[in-house]
Design a protein around this ligand. Structure first.
Ligand code: ADP
Length: 260
């Protein structure tokens, strides 16, 4: 949980969001995240997890419903800067967002072109761009994949290329939507290793509750667009009544510990 002595890297105040057609996706979301926190965002499908993550690098405009009170103070800010059009370039350098579906992220024909896109945009030298491509591919276990065609890769490989593209930009904050989906156990373990070596703050929406137990030090339970719990994985995920109420199950590793 955030301690008062640290400046939060992420500060969300009173965030509400509706999709067209009055579909309410987020309601009164209010929380802060400190540097180095690893926050798992959990909840059933349709809870609002992806919508929340998309706000963190300005992919969704704040649409404040006049029917919801107290929205005049609503804001999302990263390292003290509001996520708004005027700050968007800086915000996107700080925040590396991994989409749930790699096909929403990859758009270049080859792996190296895709990974180069961010670093080139940052006006880095050719030499530095090449260095970052090979280092980031190496860190996701895809050495020598530079010339491979992105659309011919397996789903797990595409996901890792997306992550390499993000790491190549050296962001301060990782925001990951379902990073372990479609990964086989070896790729999942490798991803866990990469994320454990990443020192910045991480916000991870996932159905993989064992991943949260292993990797996160905080968990936020979202359902119906609202926060229902915010605490350590051990406290939140071991509460069987709370979990059942929100269509989730206590992870097996916690169940075993509770029995022994
Ligand atoms: P989660 O990631 O937890 O599964 P989402 O953030 O994707 O939840 O969705 C939250 C709610 O918003 C759901 O009711 C979903 O149907 C709705 N929703 C998501 N994307 C859109 C969209 N582009 N247009 C309209 N409604 C959407």
């Amino acid at each position: 949980m955030p301690s008062e002595s640290q400046e939060p890297v992420l500060n969300i105040r009173n965030l509400n969001f509706q999709y067209p057609g009055d579909i309410e996706a987020l309601r009164n979301i209010d929380f802060q995240v400190n540097p180095q926190e690893r926050v798992g965002i959990v909840g059933p499908s349709g809870a609002g997890k992806s919508t929340l993550l998309l706000h963190l690098n300005g992919l969704l405009p704040e649409k404040l419903s006049p029917s919801i009170p107290n929205t005049d103070t609503a804001s999302v800010s990263i390292m003290g800067k509001s996520v708004s059009e005027k700050n968007i370039y800086q915000i996107r350098q700080w925040v590396g967002l991994l989409f749930q579906d790699p096909d929403d992220q990859l758009f270049c024909p080859t792996v190296e072109e895709d990974i180069a896109f961010g670093p080139l945009n940052m006006k880095l030298s050719q030499e530095e761009v090449h260095k970052r491509i090979s280092e980031s591919l190496c860190s996701v276990g895809l050495e020598n994949y530079e010339k491979r065609k992105t659309m011919q890769l397996s789903m797990g490989e595409r996901k890792r290329v997306c992550l390499a593209g993000i790491l190549a930009c050296q962001p301060s904050i990782l925001v990951l939507d379902e990073p372990t989906s479609n990964l086989d156990p070896r790729a999942r373990r490798r991803l866990l290793g990469i994320l454990q070596n990443f020192e910045g703050c991480q916000i991870i929406a996932t159905h993989d509750l064992e991943f949260v137990v292993e990797h996160c030090n905080r968990v936020i339970l979202l359902d119906g667009g609202k926060i229902h719990a915010d605490g350590t994985p051990k406290t939140v995920l071991s509460d069987s009544v709370l979990m059942k109420e929100h269509g989730l199950e206590v992870p097996l590793s916690i169940q075993w510990k509770m029995r022994s």
